[in-house]
Design a protein around this ligand. Sequence first.
Ligand SMILES: CC(C)(COP(=O)(O)OP(=O)(O)OC[C@H]1O[C@@H](n2cnc3c(N)ncnc32)[C@H](O)[C@@H]1OP(=O)(O)O)[C@@H](O)C(=O)NCCC(=O)NCCS
Length: 182
Amino acid sequence: MDILVTRRLTLRPPLDVDAEAITAALQDTNVTRMLTSVPNPYGISDAVEWIKKAQNNSNDLHFCIYRQKLLGVVSIRHSDSGLPDLGYWLERSAWGQGLMSEAARATVSHAFRKFGHDRITSGAYEDNRASTTILQKLGFQTEGAIVDHNATRNCDVTCNRMVLTREKFEQKFGSLDTSAAA
Ligand SMILES: CC(C)(COP(=O)(O)OP(=O)(O)OC[C@H]1O[C@@H](n2cnc3c(N)ncnc32)[C@H](O)[C@@H]1OP(=O)(O)O)[C@@H](O)C(=O)NCCC(=O)NCCS
């Protein structure tokens, strides 16, 4: 089982008991309006199903983010292209403290080491300044855009697709062959 510990956070795989907290957090449309692949309305059965899939899929990384309680999720899933793809969310009360920057950096660092890929992809809606900033700080660069249907907004949204190379990440944070980039 992969468990990551950062300065303020513990990241551990989802457990069955997380379903209620995940469901409660994803009632907030401020969160879900920025997410692809999240049903609207979102119910406990959606969380239970997501947890089950995460537990049964050893090819991907799924972490619940904890600081005294569950604050959110960060995942790296292999997309249809075969590349690992980063996604995340935090409950509203946890925003604006640099927590996702911390969680995403640790997850990306772990994924580069674990999977051995030289690229990780991600994406952010064009109106998602906070997420775009996080990705840019990690070294992601925009490579294009797609149109995504967002269930909360019930409309199509332009999503900028971004790519991070291992080389760029190491330039920013140090070699992945040492503990420096953790
Ligand atoms: C996106 C999200 C995870 C950010 O989490 P967070 O912990 O608040 O983010 P951080 O504090 O680590 O970093 C946010 C950065 O964006 C910046 N930022 C926030 N709002 C911004 C805005 N409107 N315009 C420009 N920059 C903004 C912050 O200043 C910060 O940059 P800094 O570290 O240089 O100061 C959180 O807002 C969230 O869960 N949103 C809903 C779901 C979502 O958007 N998921 C990502 C889908 S791509």
